[in-house]
Write a protein that binds this ligand. Structure first.
Ligand code: NAD
Length: 335
Protein backbone atom coordinates (compact mmCIF):
# COMPACT_ATOMS: atom_id res chain seq x y z
CA UNK A 1 0.00 0.00 0.00
CA UNK A 2 1.06 3.57 -0.60
CA UNK A 3 0.67 5.42 2.68
CA UNK A 4 0.98 9.15 3.31
CA UNK A 5 1.92 9.84 6.93
CA UNK A 6 0.67 13.27 8.00
CA UNK A 7 2.12 15.15 11.00
CA UNK A 8 5.07 12.79 11.11
CA UNK A 9 7.60 13.60 13.80
CA UNK A 10 11.31 12.89 13.74
CA UNK A 11 11.06 10.81 16.92
CA UNK A 12 8.45 8.37 15.56
CA UNK A 13 9.80 7.70 12.05
CA UNK A 14 12.38 5.05 13.13
CA UNK A 15 9.64 3.16 15.01
CA UNK A 16 7.29 3.24 12.00
CA UNK A 17 10.05 2.18 9.59
CA UNK A 18 11.09 -0.69 11.83
CA UNK A 19 7.53 -1.96 12.26
CA UNK A 20 6.82 -1.53 8.54
CA UNK A 21 9.92 -3.47 7.51
CA UNK A 22 9.53 -2.16 3.92
CA UNK A 23 6.10 -3.83 3.52
CA UNK A 24 4.31 -0.60 2.64
CA UNK A 25 5.52 2.42 0.77
CA UNK A 26 5.54 5.26 3.31
CA UNK A 27 5.87 8.98 2.58
CA UNK A 28 6.38 11.10 5.69
CA UNK A 29 5.28 14.73 5.74
CA UNK A 30 5.27 17.15 8.66
CA UNK A 31 2.10 19.01 7.61
CA UNK A 32 -1.10 18.22 9.47
CA UNK A 33 -4.12 16.90 7.62
CA UNK A 34 -6.73 19.59 6.94
CA UNK A 35 -9.11 20.43 4.11
CA UNK A 36 -6.22 22.36 2.51
CA UNK A 37 -3.60 19.61 2.82
CA UNK A 38 -5.91 16.71 1.88
CA UNK A 39 -4.82 17.23 -1.75
CA UNK A 40 -1.39 15.85 -0.87
CA UNK A 41 -3.04 12.42 -0.50
CA UNK A 42 -3.71 12.10 -4.25
CA UNK A 43 -2.30 8.77 -5.40
CA UNK A 44 -2.19 7.18 -1.92
CA UNK A 45 -4.33 4.19 -0.81
CA UNK A 46 -4.11 5.14 2.83
CA UNK A 47 -3.17 8.00 5.09
CA UNK A 48 -1.93 7.85 8.66
CA UNK A 49 -2.83 10.66 11.05
CA UNK A 50 -2.29 11.77 14.65
CA UNK A 51 -4.37 13.77 17.15
CA UNK A 52 -3.05 17.04 15.67
CA UNK A 53 -4.68 16.24 12.31
CA UNK A 54 -8.27 17.07 11.51
CA UNK A 55 -10.44 14.81 9.39
CA UNK A 56 -13.63 16.88 9.40
CA UNK A 57 -16.53 16.30 7.02
CA UNK A 58 -15.06 18.38 4.20
CA UNK A 59 -11.61 16.81 4.55
CA UNK A 60 -13.01 13.27 4.50
CA UNK A 61 -15.01 14.11 1.37
CA UNK A 62 -11.84 15.40 -0.31
CA UNK A 63 -9.89 12.31 0.71
CA UNK A 64 -12.59 10.18 -0.88
CA UNK A 65 -12.38 12.19 -4.12
CA UNK A 66 -8.58 11.76 -4.10
CA UNK A 67 -8.92 7.96 -3.87
CA UNK A 68 -7.98 7.38 -0.22
CA UNK A 69 -9.61 4.24 1.17
CA UNK A 70 -8.11 3.93 4.64
CA UNK A 71 -7.25 6.19 7.58
CA UNK A 72 -4.85 4.64 10.09
CA UNK A 73 -4.75 6.68 13.30
CA UNK A 74 -1.53 6.68 15.28
CA UNK A 75 -3.47 7.38 18.48
CA UNK A 76 -6.09 6.02 20.86
CA UNK A 77 -8.29 9.14 20.67
CA UNK A 78 -10.34 9.60 17.49
CA UNK A 79 -12.40 12.70 18.26
CA UNK A 80 -10.60 14.45 15.36
CA UNK A 81 -12.19 12.19 12.72
CA UNK A 82 -15.74 12.53 11.44
CA UNK A 83 -16.57 8.83 11.52
CA UNK A 84 -20.06 9.41 10.16
CA UNK A 85 -18.63 10.95 6.99
CA UNK A 86 -16.01 8.21 6.70
CA UNK A 87 -18.64 5.45 7.05
CA UNK A 88 -20.92 7.11 4.49
CA UNK A 89 -18.05 7.44 2.02
CA UNK A 90 -16.78 3.93 2.67
CA UNK A 91 -13.42 4.99 4.07
CA UNK A 92 -12.22 2.64 6.78
CA UNK A 93 -10.78 4.16 9.94
CA UNK A 94 -8.82 2.36 12.65
CA UNK A 95 -7.04 3.50 15.79
CA UNK A 96 -4.42 1.95 18.07
CA UNK A 97 -6.40 1.32 21.24
CA UNK A 98 -4.00 -0.51 23.50
CA UNK A 99 -0.52 0.83 22.93
CA UNK A 100 0.54 1.69 26.46
CA UNK A 101 -1.88 2.85 29.11
CA UNK A 102 1.17 2.89 31.41
CA UNK A 103 2.81 5.74 29.47
CA UNK A 104 -0.21 8.01 29.95
CA UNK A 105 -1.04 7.07 33.54
CA UNK A 106 2.61 7.41 34.59
CA UNK A 107 2.75 10.85 32.98
CA UNK A 108 -0.40 11.87 34.87
CA UNK A 109 1.30 10.75 38.10
CA UNK A 110 4.41 12.70 37.07
CA UNK A 111 2.33 15.88 36.72
CA UNK A 112 0.70 15.22 40.08
CA UNK A 113 3.99 14.65 41.93
CA UNK A 114 5.66 17.66 40.33
CA UNK A 115 2.74 19.92 41.27
CA UNK A 116 2.25 18.59 44.78
CA UNK A 117 5.95 18.78 45.67
CA UNK A 118 6.53 21.97 43.62
CA UNK A 119 9.43 20.40 41.78
CA UNK A 120 9.54 22.96 38.96
CA UNK A 121 9.78 25.93 41.36
CA UNK A 122 12.26 24.04 43.50
CA UNK A 123 14.48 23.20 40.54
CA UNK A 124 14.31 26.81 39.29
CA UNK A 125 15.40 28.06 42.71
CA UNK A 126 18.25 25.58 42.98
CA UNK A 127 19.57 26.46 39.50
CA UNK A 128 19.63 30.09 40.75
CA UNK A 129 21.41 29.07 43.95
CA UNK A 130 18.31 29.80 46.02
CA UNK A 131 17.88 27.01 48.57
CA UNK A 132 15.03 28.63 50.46
CA UNK A 133 12.23 26.10 51.15
CA UNK A 134 9.40 28.56 51.81
CA UNK A 135 6.19 27.89 49.83
CA UNK A 136 7.34 24.43 48.75
CA UNK A 137 5.17 22.49 51.21
CA UNK A 138 3.20 19.63 49.66
CA UNK A 139 1.19 16.82 51.22
CA UNK A 140 1.56 13.05 51.63
CA UNK A 141 -0.37 11.15 48.99
CA UNK A 142 -1.01 8.34 51.46
CA UNK A 143 -4.63 8.37 52.66
CA UNK A 144 -5.60 11.12 50.23
CA UNK A 145 -8.67 10.56 48.07
CA UNK A 146 -8.12 10.31 44.32
CA UNK A 147 -11.09 10.64 41.97
CA UNK A 148 -10.59 8.91 38.64
CA UNK A 149 -12.96 10.04 35.91
CA UNK A 150 -12.94 7.34 33.24
CA UNK A 151 -11.76 3.95 34.51
CA UNK A 152 -10.96 2.34 31.15
CA UNK A 153 -7.49 1.23 30.11
CA UNK A 154 -5.60 4.33 31.30
CA UNK A 155 -7.86 5.02 34.29
CA UNK A 156 -7.35 1.40 35.44
CA UNK A 157 -3.56 1.79 35.43
CA UNK A 158 -3.95 5.12 37.25
CA UNK A 159 -6.08 3.33 39.86
CA UNK A 160 -3.42 0.68 40.42
CA UNK A 161 -0.59 3.21 40.72
CA UNK A 162 -2.50 5.42 43.16
CA UNK A 163 -3.50 2.33 45.16
CA UNK A 164 0.22 1.71 45.50
CA UNK A 165 0.63 5.16 47.05
CA UNK A 166 -1.94 4.21 49.71
CA UNK A 167 -4.68 6.50 48.38
CA UNK A 168 -8.43 6.04 48.75
CA UNK A 169 -9.97 5.65 45.33
CA UNK A 170 -13.20 6.93 43.84
CA UNK A 171 -14.30 6.26 40.28
CA UNK A 172 -16.81 7.81 37.92
CA UNK A 173 -17.62 6.02 34.68
CA UNK A 174 -20.63 5.03 32.62
CA UNK A 175 -19.38 1.42 32.86
CA UNK A 176 -18.14 0.06 36.16
CA UNK A 177 -15.06 -2.17 36.29
CA UNK A 178 -15.72 -4.68 39.09
CA UNK A 179 -12.09 -5.83 39.22
CA UNK A 180 -10.98 -2.33 40.22
CA UNK A 181 -13.54 -2.28 43.02
CA UNK A 182 -12.64 -5.77 44.24
CA UNK A 183 -8.86 -5.60 43.97
CA UNK A 184 -8.12 -1.91 44.53
CA UNK A 185 -11.06 -0.86 46.66
CA UNK A 186 -12.18 1.72 44.10
CA UNK A 187 -15.66 2.94 44.94
CA UNK A 188 -17.90 4.08 42.08
CA UNK A 189 -19.79 7.26 42.92
CA UNK A 190 -21.62 10.03 41.09
CA UNK A 191 -19.59 12.88 39.59
CA UNK A 192 -20.88 15.17 42.35
CA UNK A 193 -19.80 12.77 45.11
CA UNK A 194 -16.39 12.33 43.50
CA UNK A 195 -15.91 16.10 43.32
CA UNK A 196 -17.05 16.61 46.89
CA UNK A 197 -14.58 14.06 48.29
CA UNK A 198 -11.52 13.97 46.05
CA UNK A 199 -8.25 15.74 46.94
CA UNK A 200 -6.94 14.86 43.48
CA UNK A 201 -8.97 14.40 40.28
CA UNK A 202 -7.53 12.77 37.16
CA UNK A 203 -9.39 12.72 33.83
CA UNK A 204 -9.24 9.65 31.59
CA UNK A 205 -12.42 9.81 29.48
CA UNK A 206 -12.50 10.04 25.69
CA UNK A 207 -13.76 13.28 24.17
CA UNK A 208 -17.33 12.86 22.91
CA UNK A 209 -20.66 14.68 23.13
CA UNK A 210 -21.14 13.60 26.74
CA UNK A 211 -17.65 14.46 27.97
CA UNK A 212 -17.28 17.78 26.10
CA UNK A 213 -16.57 20.35 28.85
CA UNK A 214 -17.50 17.79 31.50
CA UNK A 215 -15.42 19.88 33.87
CA UNK A 216 -17.25 23.21 33.89
CA UNK A 217 -18.09 25.87 36.48
CA UNK A 218 -20.94 23.82 38.01
CA UNK A 219 -18.76 20.75 38.46
CA UNK A 220 -15.80 22.84 39.67
CA UNK A 221 -18.03 24.49 42.30
CA UNK A 222 -18.65 20.99 43.76
CA UNK A 223 -14.91 20.29 44.12
CA UNK A 224 -12.98 20.48 47.37
CA UNK A 225 -11.01 23.68 47.92
CA UNK A 226 -7.44 23.17 46.78
CA UNK A 227 -8.10 20.08 44.64
CA UNK A 228 -5.33 19.06 42.24
CA UNK A 229 -6.81 18.55 38.76
CA UNK A 230 -4.92 16.51 36.15
CA UNK A 231 -5.99 16.24 32.52
CA UNK A 232 -4.19 13.90 30.14
CA UNK A 233 -7.33 13.02 28.13
CA UNK A 234 -8.35 15.79 25.70
CA UNK A 235 -8.36 19.59 26.06
CA UNK A 236 -12.08 19.93 25.45
CA UNK A 237 -12.99 17.66 28.36
CA UNK A 238 -12.49 20.75 30.52
CA UNK A 239 -13.90 24.23 30.01
CA UNK A 240 -10.57 26.07 30.12
CA UNK A 241 -12.09 29.45 30.95
CA UNK A 242 -13.96 27.98 33.92
CA UNK A 243 -10.84 26.14 35.07
CA UNK A 244 -8.85 29.40 34.99
CA UNK A 245 -11.67 30.97 37.07
CA UNK A 246 -11.39 28.02 39.47
CA UNK A 247 -7.65 28.61 39.79
CA UNK A 248 -8.15 32.34 40.44
CA UNK A 249 -10.71 31.57 43.15
CA UNK A 250 -8.26 28.94 44.54
CA UNK A 251 -10.95 26.26 44.35
CA UNK A 252 -8.46 24.44 42.12
CA UNK A 253 -5.21 24.31 44.06
CA UNK A 254 -3.09 23.11 41.13
CA UNK A 255 -3.62 22.09 37.53
CA UNK A 256 -1.58 19.65 35.45
CA UNK A 257 -2.45 19.33 31.78
CA UNK A 258 -0.89 17.44 28.89
CA UNK A 259 -3.71 18.39 26.52
CA UNK A 260 -5.08 21.80 25.73
CA UNK A 261 -8.20 23.11 24.03
CA UNK A 262 -6.30 25.06 21.33
CA UNK A 263 -3.43 22.60 21.04
CA UNK A 264 -3.95 21.77 17.37
CA UNK A 265 -2.72 25.21 16.29
CA UNK A 266 0.14 25.35 18.80
CA UNK A 267 1.52 22.03 20.04
CA UNK A 268 4.27 19.96 18.41
CA UNK A 269 6.02 23.03 16.96
CA UNK A 270 8.60 25.54 18.17
CA UNK A 271 6.93 28.95 18.68
CA UNK A 272 9.64 30.26 21.03
CA UNK A 273 10.56 33.18 18.77
CA UNK A 274 6.96 34.34 18.29
CA UNK A 275 4.90 36.76 20.40
CA UNK A 276 2.44 34.56 22.36
CA UNK A 277 -1.12 35.21 21.19
CA UNK A 278 -3.21 32.51 22.84
CA UNK A 279 -4.94 34.16 25.80
CA UNK A 280 -5.72 30.98 27.75
CA UNK A 281 -2.18 29.71 27.40
CA UNK A 282 -0.71 33.09 28.42
CA UNK A 283 -2.89 33.03 31.54
CA UNK A 284 -2.21 29.39 32.37
CA UNK A 285 1.54 29.84 31.97
CA UNK A 286 1.42 32.73 34.45
CA UNK A 287 0.21 30.53 37.34
CA UNK A 288 2.95 29.02 39.52
CA UNK A 289 0.58 26.14 40.32
CA UNK A 290 -0.09 25.13 36.70
CA UNK A 291 2.09 22.63 34.90
CA UNK A 292 1.63 22.12 31.17
CA UNK A 293 3.25 19.56 28.93
CA UNK A 294 2.73 19.55 25.17
CA UNK A 295 0.79 16.31 24.61
CA UNK A 296 3.72 14.06 25.43
CA UNK A 297 2.12 11.53 27.76
CA UNK A 298 2.44 8.88 25.03
CA UNK A 299 6.12 9.61 24.53
CA UNK A 300 7.82 6.47 25.79
CA UNK A 301 9.92 3.97 23.89
CA UNK A 302 7.38 1.20 24.52
CA UNK A 303 4.36 3.28 23.52
CA UNK A 304 5.99 4.51 20.29
CA UNK A 305 6.93 0.94 19.34
CA UNK A 306 3.38 -0.29 20.02
CA UNK A 307 1.78 2.65 18.16
CA UNK A 308 3.95 1.81 15.14
CA UNK A 309 3.17 -1.92 15.36
CA UNK A 310 -0.57 -1.25 15.76
CA UNK A 311 -0.61 1.13 12.80
CA UNK A 312 1.18 -1.39 10.58
CA UNK A 313 -1.09 -4.18 11.82
CA UNK A 314 -4.19 -2.19 10.77
CA UNK A 315 -2.68 -1.46 7.34
CA UNK A 316 -1.72 -5.12 6.95
CA UNK A 317 -5.27 -6.29 7.62
CA UNK A 318 -6.63 -3.86 5.07
CA UNK A 319 -4.03 -4.75 2.45
CA UNK A 320 -5.14 -8.42 2.81
CA UNK A 321 -8.74 -7.31 2.31
CA UNK A 322 -9.61 -8.13 5.94
CA UNK A 323 -11.17 -6.01 8.67
CA UNK A 324 -9.19 -5.12 11.77
CA UNK A 325 -10.71 -5.30 15.25
CA UNK A 326 -9.36 -1.75 15.75
CA UNK A 327 -11.77 -0.35 13.17
CA UNK A 328 -14.01 2.46 14.36
CA UNK A 329 -17.65 2.70 13.49
CA UNK A 330 -19.98 5.61 13.16
CA UNK A 331 -21.37 4.97 16.66
CA UNK A 332 -17.91 5.31 18.24
CA UNK A 333 -17.90 9.09 18.15
CA UNK A 334 -20.80 11.37 18.52
CA UNK A 335 -18.94 14.64 18.45
P1 NAD B 1 -10.81 3.64 27.26
O1 NAD B 1 -11.85 3.61 26.19
O2 NAD B 1 -10.13 2.38 27.63
O3 NAD B 1 -11.45 4.27 28.60
C1 NAD B 1 -12.30 5.37 28.61
C2 NAD B 1 -13.30 5.20 29.75
O4 NAD B 1 -14.12 6.38 29.78
C3 NAD B 1 -14.23 4.00 29.56
O5 NAD B 1 -14.24 3.21 30.73
C4 NAD B 1 -15.59 4.63 29.29
O6 NAD B 1 -16.67 3.85 29.77
C5 NAD B 1 -15.45 5.95 30.03
N1 NAD B 1 -16.40 6.94 29.56
C6 NAD B 1 -16.78 7.20 28.27
N2 NAD B 1 -17.69 8.18 28.26
C7 NAD B 1 -17.91 8.54 29.54
C8 NAD B 1 -18.75 9.49 30.17
N3 NAD B 1 -19.58 10.26 29.45
N4 NAD B 1 -18.71 9.62 31.51
C9 NAD B 1 -17.89 8.83 32.25
N5 NAD B 1 -17.07 7.89 31.70
C10 NAD B 1 -17.08 7.76 30.38
O7 NAD B 1 -9.77 4.75 26.79
P2 NAD B 1 -8.27 4.93 27.32
O8 NAD B 1 -7.35 4.10 26.51
O9 NAD B 1 -8.25 4.81 28.80
O10 NAD B 1 -8.00 6.44 26.87
C11 NAD B 1 -8.75 7.51 27.41
C12 NAD B 1 -8.44 8.78 26.65
O11 NAD B 1 -7.11 9.20 26.95
C13 NAD B 1 -8.42 8.64 25.12
O12 NAD B 1 -9.73 8.70 24.56
C14 NAD B 1 -7.60 9.82 24.70
O13 NAD B 1 -8.41 10.95 24.48
C15 NAD B 1 -6.69 10.06 25.91
N6 NAD B 1 -5.27 9.77 25.58
C16 NAD B 1 -4.35 10.75 25.74
C17 NAD B 1 -3.03 10.50 25.43
C18 NAD B 1 -1.95 11.55 25.64
O14 NAD B 1 -0.85 11.40 25.09
N7 NAD B 1 -2.19 12.58 26.42
C19 NAD B 1 -2.65 9.25 24.93
C20 NAD B 1 -3.61 8.25 24.82
C21 NAD B 1 -4.94 8.52 25.14
Amino acid sequence: MKVLVYSSKEFEIPYLEKANNKKHQFTFITEALSSETAIKAIGYDAISIFSSDEACFMTVEKLKDFGVKYIALRSVGFNNVNLRAAARLNIKVAHVPKYSPFAIAEHAVGLLLALNRKLITSNYRVTHYNFNLNNLVGFDLKNKTVGIIGTGRIGSVMTKIMHGFGCKLLGYDIEENKTLSEQYNLKYVTLQELCAQADIISLHVPLNNDTFQLINEDVISEMKHGVILINTSRGDVINTEHVIEGLLKRRIGALGIDVYVNERAIFFKDHSQEIPNDDFLIKLNAFPNVLITGHQAFLTDEALAKIAEGTIYNLECWSRGEDTENELTNSDNLL
